[in-house]
Design a protein around this ligand. Structure first.
Ligand SMILES: NC(=O)c1ccc[n+]([C@@H]2O[C@H](COP(=O)([O-])OP(=O)(O)OC[C@H]3O[C@@H](n4cnc5c(N)ncnc54)[C@H](O)[C@@H]3O)[C@@H](O)[C@H]2O)c1
Length: 405
């Protein structure tokens, strides 16, 4: 919670950026760790959320941490952030920070989150929650014991069309659900010359990433699926590592590649429906094709990230000769989140998902007892357990029962 600033704050101001005035309440002072892809996406959300959504606390980017002083100062200047740190431990310990936003690679999430608990900071943590379920369980236990608000950035659920899909399914309109299918396809690791490790390429290094497409891409599909269609109880999976060795940027020598380049799995949900999930970084032509479809007794829904404002909708109750797939452009005032933005018909984008996620977090601070629309550590732990079960199934060639969070 916002604490009165009693000690001199550590770190050096990143002049000439303006200073944020610190108030006892009405403001949520966020310390961001990592200024890469997600660092930028979150800095943007922190700037936008308070302008488009009113809650009791306006978020401000109070400090940012990165290991390179020059780069972190450049970032701070670009995003009007008044303080910089080059050691995340110092950022977490600052007295003028209420919440820490973890945007570093996966192998650092646990250590930073546990330090946040020690320093009584709220936590917004990038996905996947951790390297594996064991780490995730330790983090979840610690954060729940502390009572600190916590969020994991599974952002796709906050797109208007995805939230609408959730709302339609939750209303029971689909009737009995039979099928869920999702895929997340990319093509950026096909070249055998691509090294592993280091900036941008840590995703290919299992020690840092934990897994390949399973934790990176399928985790998103699993989060959305569990949110919309409930718990997954068992999985049967296969994975492949197409390029077995790559040069590691740290050593300059070839080392075995231990991540999954591609993964396909079948799943059973608690509600009796069955699912097919697929992800790869070897689908030539696809950069970030995330799609899902859900088929119920009465209706079906489908969504495609490439056309993210639309929800495809099939209603079997429509008279036969008019029956067919229709396309709902989720930009009208009565669509989730859309009314806070532009006039009906104008589109939102990828970045808005982060703004909406942060808004949900802020909203929950105003009403801590209300149900949360965002994934907290416990929900993300459930997703982590599904990922672990998928990888175990691929290793053993057997179906695996998923540990429930
Ligand atoms: N929600 C999403 O859609 C989404 C998308 C991309 C990445 N992610 C997740 O976000 C996290 C970061 O991914 P990214 O794509 O932004 O990676 P990135 O490589 O672009 O950025 C990582 C940042 O962390 C910094 N960093 C690394 N170790 C650090 C340390 N010890 N102290 C301080 N800073 C450190 C790096 O300097 C860099 O600024 C990962 O967990 C990833 O899985 C989520």
């Amino acid at each position: 919670m916002a604490k009165k600033q009693t000690t001199k704050t550590k770190g050096t101001p990143a002049s000439p950026t303006p200073r944020v005035s610190v108030r006892e309440s009405g403001i949520l002072r966020i310390g961001l760790i990592g200024y890469g892809f997600m660092g930028r996406a979150h800095a943007n959300a922190i700037h936008q959320a308070g302008n488009f959504f009113r809650t009791g606390r306006r978020p401000v980017l109070q400090a940012v941490c990165g290991r390179s002083e020059g780069k972190v100062r450049e970032f701070a200047a670009a995003w009007q952030c008044p303080h910089v740190e080059t050691d995340w431990r110092r950022l977490v310990a600052r007295d003028d920070i209420d919440a820490v936003d973890i945007c570093t690679p996966n192998d650092s999430h646990m250590e930073i989150a546990l330090a946040c608990v020690k320093h009584r900071k709220m936590i917004l943590c990038e996905k996947p929650l951790a390297l594996d379920g064991k780490q995730g369980a330790a983090m979840t236990r610690a954060v729940e014991k502390s009572g600190l608000p916590n969020l994991v950035w599974y952002n796709y659920r906050f797109l208007p069309a995805v939230t609408l899909a959730k709302n339609i399914v939750a209303s029971g309109e689909l009737g009995k659900i039979f099928h869920y299918r999702a895929n997340f396809l990319q093509d950026w690791t096909i070249s055998a010359d691509l090294p592993q490790g280091g900036t941008g390429l840590w995703r290919l290094d299992a020690k840092v990433a934990g897994s390949g497409v399973t934790g990176d891409l399928l985790a998103h599909c699993i989060d959305t699926a569990r949110w919309i269609n409930g718990d997954i109880v068992s999985v049967g999976a296969m994975t492949e590592t197409f390029i077995k060795e790559r040069i590691h940027t740290a050593t300059g020598t070839k080392q075995p590649v231990k991540i999954d380049d591609a993964c396909a799995f079948l799943a059973r949900f608690k509600n009796g429906s069955m699912a097919v999930f697929e992800s790869t970084r070897y689908a030539r032509g696809h950069k970030a094709l995330y799609t899902f479809e859900i088929n119920g007794e009465h209706k079906s829904l489908a969504w495609d990230l490439h056309d993210l404002n639309r929800l495809s909708y099939f209603d079997h109750s429509v008279q036969g000769d008019r029956r067919g797939w229709s396309s709902i452009h989720c930009t009208d005032g009565d669509h989730p989140y859309a009314g806070a933005w532009w006039v009906p018909g104008l589109c939102l984008g990828y970045e808005h998902s982060f703004v909406h996620g942060l808004y949900e977090f802020l909203r929950s601070l105003d009403a801590p007892k209300s149900p949360r629309a965002y994934p907290d550590f416990r929900h993300a732990l459930g997703t982590q357990h599904v990922c672990d079960a998928v990888l175990k199934s691929a290793r053993t060639g057997r179906w695996v029962t998923v540990t429930q969070a």
